[in-house]
Design a protein around this ligand. Sequence first.
Ligand code: ASP
Length: 315
Amino acid sequence: MALALIVHGGAGTIPADRHAAASAGCRAAVEAGWRALLAGGSALDAVQVAIMALEDNPGFNAGTGAVLTLDGRAELDAGLMDGETLDVGAVAGVQRIKNPIRLARAVLASPHALLVGAGAEQFATDAGIALCDPEELVTEAQRARWRRGYREGDDVNVDPAHGGLDVGAVAAEHLHADDTKHGTVGAVAVDAQGRVVAGASTGGIGAKHPGRVGDTPLAGCGFAAERGLGGVSCTGHGEDFIRLTLARRALDLIAGGRSAQQAAEETMRLLGERVGGLGGLVLLDADGRPGFARNTPTMAYSYMLEGADAPVAGV
Ligand code: ASP
């Protein structure tokens, strides 16, 4: 089977002076994952390696550099799915894990599919994954944004009916105008055995309510994979992706005969038309053909296909 790997670095509005860095970050992640595939690694390895590269890049909203909750902490979500076995591994609301996708992979190898919060961190310790200081995940840029944006209330919408912050409105604000948001990350790979794996990792939406979990760690919503169909990884306002189980719908469109690119575009149209949602996705069909689409101004992405000289990357 031909090898293939595609990643995204989040949908939204990436300011022009960040385009080169966002696309270079995605390209570097593809190169790292591709090396894993060439060394005989599985699609699980490639997705993990590519996403870890993006989690470690402080320019993306995952792992180090994640956006902060209303009360100023990084709460991280990640998940991945093996299309061969339909095994899922995911974690949500972790605060002391440098690479949540690594922990999600460990969950995938366990009898469980999704672990949250303190229990997930306990599982990490048992699995030999070191806990980090929560402050290690917080970059100066994100701390400054939290101080500027949320404490002073300059881009926070108050919903008087609930006596608090309208997190949905804040999220929309992020997708349209947040010049420090560089995106959730995700990856899909097909390996030499034809195994397809999809995953995603995020800090969520800025100013999210403590405990809020979006689509990213939810199979069928933020990511999905199935042998014979392909794999998909999403980014955008997670509540809307949950409403539509959007990742699964992209695979269903492939099952209905759409090409990878048609499925990507149709899924994004559906997101906008049905719930007014914003975001993007990347996917590979079962033969490793890529598709990607967004209904936001930009989405950083990169992909590499067997036989190509170098990865394609852009925003
Ligand atoms: N989907 C992520 C979430 O809602 C955010 C993003 O993709 O930008 O948590």
